[in-house]
Design a protein around this ligand. Structure first.
Ligand code: SF4
Length: 90
């Protein structure tokens, strides 16, 4: 499977992320219920650098905004209390 597509002469993006209703080709599951990245260990630096709200002790307004688009509440600081448990989807 081809995971990326050309954005311009210099850059590539994950297929599906450069459209009006972005949906990365590597994302599986149902947003708001349960999703996972099928290439998580090999995901791009852009993905690695995006930190979910409170994952590092700080709010990420872009994370909150992305959740809001899908009618999901922003993550709360206690979402990361148990490092073995992933935050609830909604
Ligand atoms: S983390 Fe995975 S599913 Fe999310 S945008 Fe990056 S490659 Fe796609």
């Amino acid at each position: 499977m081809e995971y990326t597509e050309k954005l311009d002469s210099w850059r590539r993006v994950m297929r599906g992320t450069n459209q009006r209703n972005p949906r990365c080709v590597a994302l599986q599951g149902t947003v708001g219920i349960s999703v996972w990245c099928t290439i998580h260990p090999r995901r791009s630096s852009v993905c690695r650098e995006f930190v979910a709200s409170w994952q590092d002790g700080q709010r990420n307004p872009r994370c909150d905004q992305a959740r809001q688009v899908h009618d999901m509440e922003p993550l709360a600081p206690d979402a990361w209390d148990d490092p073995h448990d992933l935050p609830r989807a909604a």
